[in-house]
Design a protein around this ligand. Structure first.
Ligand code: PBG
Length: 312
């Protein structure tokens, strides 16, 4: 009766890694318990998530290395892995929300989120491609476009491009406060960009020492038309989650990223932490900090546990 915040399956968004082939389930060593799934298996897994009450999933591709190039041309292919997965899920599970990342890192041969011209990111050329990428994803059936690239002006450009092509109902969740973080390591293994990434992303992602700068980024994304904003990583940035919620009141999401997931799994495997308790405490803490929703690799496990607790 005195609990101020609650966690329910409808607060959770489940990120899924997709790979080529059929009947493929590829373990990701730095993310124990998370597998890349081929399109046929994704549709099955999403059916289970929907039955547990999870309202949305987020898709990330492990693109064939042979298709990666300097122009990220595969990002604009209507038949690329993400768009095929989106169509299959829409058909199998019509009422789950599908969120797709907008960024070029799964498609570039250098692993950066934007185009490199003479070794530096070309912001404006990248924004044009991102808007086109968002449109092919919307055409495939994506409900929520999630720009994770941190280029300046991309939210406004994507919004305008979607509206011009009749997709004003497609929502935008901006990775608004995205830090240049070492906690993304296992994710880059999962999408296959860690071995190719040259340099780091500090010229376009936020400096971990800054909080006011994050508020300015959030303000810009909201002004450009973001429907929802996100803070990322999660647990080391709960102060940012609280500030965003308090200062903007917009629907606020947080991403419990791959490195946070890996830390909890590793400690639990060693018997140093109690897995389920730490998982639930970390998710509840995001809610207390002000997050309306949480992207987490624990989504299915947490929703299963919540269902058991409710029926007990
Ligand atoms: C790509 C992207 C990243 C994540 C989500 N989208 C990695 C990065 O910026 O290098 C990280 C997610 C995670 O670590 O779980 N733009």
């Amino acid at each position: 009766m005195v609990a101020e915040t609650r966690l329910s399956p409808d607060n959770l968004i489940w990120p899924i890694f997709v790979c080529e082939g059929a009947n493929q389930r590829q373990p990701i060593p730095s993310m124990p318990g998370v597998d890349r799934l081929s399109v046929d298996l994704v549709a099955e897994a999403v059916t289970h998530a929907k039955d547990l009450g999870i309202p949305a999933i987020a898709l990330f591709p492990n693109t064939d290395p042979a298709l990666r190039n300097a122009e990220a041309s595969e990002a604009l292919n209507p038949g690329n892995l993400i768009n095929r997965a989106t169509r299959a899920i829409k058909q199998a599970v019509p009422d789950i929300g599908i969120m797709c990342d907008v960024a070029l890192d799964p498609y570039t041969d250098h692993g950066h989120d934007g185009l490199l011209i003479d070794g530096t990111i070309d912001n404006d050329a990248t924004v044009d491609i991102l808007a086109a990428q968002a449109l092919v994803q919307a055409q495939a059936g994506c409900d929520i476009i999630a720009p994770s690239d941190m280029m300046d002006g991309r939210v406004g450009a994507i919004r305008q491009h979607l509206d011009q092509h009749g997709f004003s109902d497609v929502q935008i969740m901006a990775y608004a406060a995205k830090y240049a973080s070492a906690f993304y390591g296992p994710f880059r293994d999962a999408v296959g960009s860690s071995s190719t990434l040259i340099g780091d992303k500090r010229t376009y992602q936020l400096n971990p020492s800054n909080s006011d700068e994050a508020m300015r980024e959030v303000a810009l994304d909201i002004a450009e038309g973001a429907d929802m904003v996100m803070v990322k990583p999660g647990m080391p940035y709960l102060d940012i989650v609280r500030r965003v919620k308090t200062e903007f009141g917009a629907p606020t999401f947080v991403y419990q990223v791959s490195g946070e997931y890996a830390m909890i799994c590793a400690a639990a495997q060693n018997g140093w932490l109690e897995r389920q308790q730490v998982m639930m405490e970390s998710l509840l803490a995001f809610r207390r900090a002000g997050a309306n929703g949480i992207l987490t690799y624990f989504a299915v496990e947490a929703a299963e546990l919540l269902q058991q607790l409710n029926s007990a």
